[in-house]
Design a protein around this ligand. Sequence first.
Ligand code: ATP
Ligand code: MG
Ligand code: FE
Length: 345
Amino acid sequence: MNVLGIETSCDETGVAVYALGPGGPDGAAGLRAHAVYSQIALHAEYGGVVPELASRDHVRKLLPLIRQTLAEAGLAVEDIDGVAYTAGPGLVGALLVGAGVARSLAWALDVPAVGVHHMEGHLLAPLMEDTDTKPPFVALLVSGGHTQLVAVDAIGRYRLLGETLDDAAGEAFDKTAKLMGLPYPGGPQLAALAGEGRPGVFKFARPMTDRPGLDFSFSGLKTQVLLAWRDSDQSAQTRADIARAFEDAVVDTLAIKCGRALDATGFDTLVIAGGVGANQRLRARLQALAEKRGGRVSFPRPMFCTDNGAMIAFAGALRLQAGQHNDASVRVTPRWDMATLPAVA
Ligand code: ATP
Ligand code: MG
Ligand code: FE
């Protein structure tokens, strides 16, 4: 069964084909092809995503990207057996582009289509290529819009353990980068700069780790960076040193809370997903944490940490396989609580 996945929740157009069971390469399950078109350049001059421009660009890019992905998979459009699309959360106009195309294709081909929760897509991304990791586990979702610790009792059964009370981790990276003059979107560049920074030259707080609980707060860190940067010599080395201290503070804070979440649930497996999951220092730190506890950790490849169509194809394939799909109306859910999703199987 070939499932076409479509992601258009924000500023990346993502398309992929995931094959379930027989029908995949050599009859195996797996990703057959995937492509992402990023709108970063389009939004750069505004310093953030402009929703209407995002919607229009998805309209321009989605069909060519579907054609390209099918060609790479060696498939004709008639070979699609099901369609999965991001139905929320995200920008309403952007979501509607993906949902409209997905539903129309499914209608024309007379195949089922399912609306996928974007954060479930992120959450399941590590399982797409790591078949040894299975629920129950704790998931750390760290992206541009979310920072959540989720207890995954089964696929589709999610309990929110804690989340950010203000900025998301990725948002904190982007805003901190911006206030030290790095171009939009600065998160990955700030992380690269941190690699040249010396540890311990600057020291920032580990927010909300001095009290029990699994919630996060990252907006105060940004202010600490602002003050440190303002009062510094603003040299290239200082910028790198501050970037390093910021990254260490975020990584430390996330690691402390992951340890607590494992304690609270009694689970021994940790799954990391979302754009900040591409951060090398975070990956190394959580790997060490899991090893020390005798547990395991699973990450997607970095390109599947940020937004992509593959994670939507995979999450949708699991739901379609369980017989779940939606009716033919084009409906999206810009705000959507993951705990309300039905269990799979
Ligand atoms: P959401 O999934 O919550 O709707 P989003 O889709 O915009 O948000 P993602 O695409 O998952 O978010 O991730 C993008 C975020 O990841 C950005 O904030 C970016 O700065 C951050 N990010 C990407 N790579 C790195 C890295 N190496 N280190 C730190 N942050 C990173
Ligand atoms: Mg994005
Ligand atoms: Fe995302």
